[in-house]
Design a protein around this ligand. Structure first.
Ligand code: DGY
Length: 312
């Protein structure tokens, strides 16, 4: 039985596989070229991919009939062709819950950074422009009293709302169905009209692709802030660049479309945008727990048990 893990993972959770006699191959590089992925998966029983590996029908077919489980090292599974897996009887699992706190922390970090123009201020000081104090310099927004619109009230959205409440923000949300929560439930259009800050916390699917299109971006309040720590594909990037040139106050983006965002992209030229390189779950604790869950799920399928976090 051979397992292919597409990146080195934190912690020693893979040892549990070795102890059970499973042969584990871990790709040691920073990135995994497509051709290498296709070669490495030949004959594997299980795969632990990351969000950067596109696991489609071609990969599954190159793996062949031995492939039983794709235990993704992520909560999002938009990089996996779920239909193709279902059709081939391959189980797909993910790592929900354990990264919710880390992602919520980063969402608030981006919100504060954009609202208080922290990156601009830091550059101003570092570049030697700080020669005096001025009442009108680098004015930002105060969070207290602003309305946060959470789009997608899952585990991450909920934690973002809790944190924002501590800053004195009012919360409204939209979700597939209303939840037993003390916040007003609105439809998306109502939320965009009501919220000063819109924060995305939903999966990328065919239905949610470019959910925030040009019309909806410009339906956000003038002077509003957009936060995206979910998936870049939820937003029309070209329209966002336009909305940021006058309509919106700013944006905090941990994910982009395309991703990685190439050097020279117009988003980098905007001083009201803060971009981080998809690090929402990047805490030692969350990344360790993601490895634990991925191995738990993989082992469960290999041992003929129901995995704790099934997607397919
Ligand atoms: C996920 O898990 O889906 C994040 O995007 C990366 O940790």
């Amino acid at each position: 039985m051979r397992i292919f893990v597409t990146r080195e993972l934190p912690g020693n959770h893979l040892d549990r596989l070795w102890e059970k006699g499973v042969q584990v191959e871990v790709w040691p590089g920073e990135a995994l070229p497509r051709e290498t992925l296709l070669k490495q998966v030949e004959g594997v029983t299980g795969l632990i991919p990351t969000v950067e590996d596109r696991i489609d029908a071609e990969v599954m077919d190159r793996a062949g009939p031995a492939l039983k489980v794709i235990a993704s090292y992520s909560v999002g599974v938009d990089h996996i062709d779920l239909e193709a897996a279902r059709a081939r009887g391959i189980r797909v699992t993910h790592t929900p819950g354990v990264l919710a706190g880390a992602t919520a922390d980063l969402t608030l970090a981006l919100l504060l950074t954009v609202a208080r123009r922290v990156v601009e201020g830091a550059a101003y000081a570092r570049e030697g422009l700080w020669k005096n104090w001025h009442p009108k310099r680098l004015l930002g927004l105060e969070l207290e009293g602003l309305t946060l619109g959470v789009v997608g009230m899952g585990e991450i959205g909920r934690r973002v709302a809790q944190r924002a409440e501590a800053f004195g923000m009012r919360i409204v949300y939209t979700s597939r169905t209303p939840k037993p929560l003390p916040y007003p439930f609105l439809d998306l259009e109502g939320l965009l009209a009501a919220a000063d800050v819109v924060s995305l916390h939903l999966p990328l699917t065919r239905e949610t692709h470019r959910l925030l299109d040009r019309r909806r971006l410009f339906a956000m309040k003038a002077g509003g802030i957009l936060l995206n720590t979910a998936r870049g594909g939820l937003v029309d990037t070209e329209a966002l660049v336009e909305a940021l040139q006058g309509h919106l106050f700013g944006a905090g983006l941990d994910v982009t479309d395309p991703e990685p965002l190439p050097q020279g992209h117009p988003l980098y030229a905007l001083s009201n945008v803060v971009i981080t390189p998809h690090i929402g779950s990047a805490t030692t604790k969350a990344r360790d727990q993601m490895a634990r869950l991925a191995v738990d799920n993989l082992l469960a399928v290999l041992e003929g048990r129901e995995p704790p976090n099934p997607v397919v």
